[in-house]
Design a protein around this ligand. Structure first.
Ligand SMILES: [Fe+2]
Length: 387
């Protein structure tokens, strides 16, 4: 055992309940916080679903008043956070329930920060910048991907600078996550694919991160195993509860891993694309992942081999190059199976935007934990490959 094995590591995780109908506990948990009026942060499509109305009913049953805030983009904006914080204050709310994917949950985190600290959300960019803890936050994820329901991260679009800022703090870890597979049964196939590839990216980036630990490793590898075996099944048989449950678990494990080990170049580059061009986060990750693995591979081949084994790939009797190509090929085939066959060029990214995208990606905090430190030129080349 090397001296490095004894390095100090910490692991932060909120209370969570996972299983069918966990969402129906919302009212009971709000009551536990003695809150009387919650801001429900969601998006307008979600509110059309019966399972979402069940959440509101669980609050009603406990005599809790609700104000709905649903004006949120696919990449939540600073202005939307400020509007949500005004709605929270105007209605006299004392807790937040987020029902949605990463966007409503990150926006809800931002609303909580602003409501308790009274400044513009952009003032809290960086690590541990939130002096006053936010009000109670209950998260009900409706995609198997984001991990925001357990993470120390909130990613918000700075609309003036056209970059995504990262707010990283124990103060943005939700108080409770109600992780329920039922919302996934109405998730459209494209979103299943994009958010699932986001979760796979979380676990792979956390596993090769400079800040990984034995505790994050366990969650990352199990997430890789679950997501790579179940995601395609969930995509092809969307109503099958077993696959949905396992992908929800995979996403939760990925969230626990990356919340504590941080991420890498894929996320730094996807954040840059989301901030500049408002592109879907999961799809950006899916299109960048294999190219970043190819770049990172020489820095930690053993870690990638372990990822390959968790994916169920037989890597015996293969040389170094064959192992690398087999792992990257498997990721590519999974992406294609999920119908993600676009390129960044198809999404409207142009060659002359790449220098600015790369410059912003280099400043993203996720880049610091990438296992291989790239130059700006390296990042430009990876964007070009994904174009
Ligand atoms: Fe992500």
């Amino acid at each position: 055992m090397t001296a490095g094995s004894f390095e100090l590591k910490k692991f932060v995780a909120p209370e969570f309940v996972i299983g069918t109908d966990a969402r129906l506990l919302a009212g009971r948990y709000v009551n536990n916080y003695h809150a009387q009026h919650v801001l429900v942060v969601t998006d307008s499509n979600i509110l059309k679903e019966r399972w979402a109305r069940d959440v509101i009913a669980s609050l009603d049953d406990e005599g809790i008043d609700c104000t709905i805030f649903s004006a949120i983009s696919q990449n939540p904006r600073d202005t939307e956070v400020m509007d949500g914080a005004a709605a929270y204050t105007d209605a006299g709310c004392d807790a937040i329930v987020a029902v949605g994917g990463g966007s409503p949950m990150d926006c809800a985190k931002g609303i909580g920060i602003v409501s308790s600290n009274g400044q513009d959300i952009l003032a809290f960019e960086g690590v541990d910048m939130i002096p006053v803890p936010p009000p109670p936050l209950i998260c009900i994820p409706t995609t198997a991907g984001t991990g925001a329901e357990v993470s120390q991260f909130a990613i918000i679009n700075d609309t003036a600078r056209k970059v995504k800022i990262a707010i990283i703090s124990k103060n943005v870890v939700p108080d409770i996550a109600l992780v329920d597979p039922i919302p996934l049964t109405t998730l459209p196939p494209e979103l299943t694919a994009h958010t699932g590839m986001d979760a796979i990216t979380h676990s792979i980036e956390a596993y090769v991160s400079n800040a990984s630990s034995p505790v994050t490793d366990i969650h990352a590898l199990e997430s890789i195993r679950l997501m790579t075996t179940r995601l395609a099944m969930a995509y092809h048989t969307p109503k099958a509860p077993e696959h949905r449950y396992q992908t929800m678990m995979g996403s939760l494990f990925a969230g626990l891993a990356f919340s504590n080990a941080s991420l890498g170049a894929v996320h730094a580059m996807a954040h840059s694309l989301g901030g500049f061009s408002d592109l879907p986060h999961g799809e950006c990750n899916a299109l960048l992942l294999e190219h970043v693995i190819a770049f990172n591979y020489p820095s930690c081949p053993k870690r990638y081999e372990e990822i390959g084994q968790a994916m169920g790939i037989d890597l015996s009797a293969r040389n170094h190059t064959e192992k690398k190509e087999t792992i990257i090929d498997s990721i590519r085939r999974l992406r294609e199976t999920l119908g993600v066959t676009t390129t960044l060029g198809d999404l409207g990214v142009t060659r002359n935007e790449i220098p600015r995208l790369a410059a912003n990606a280099m400043h993203d905090p996720c880049m610091a934990t990438n296992p291989r430190q790239p130059t700006r030129k390296d990042i430009e080349r990876i964007y070009e490959k994904a174009l």
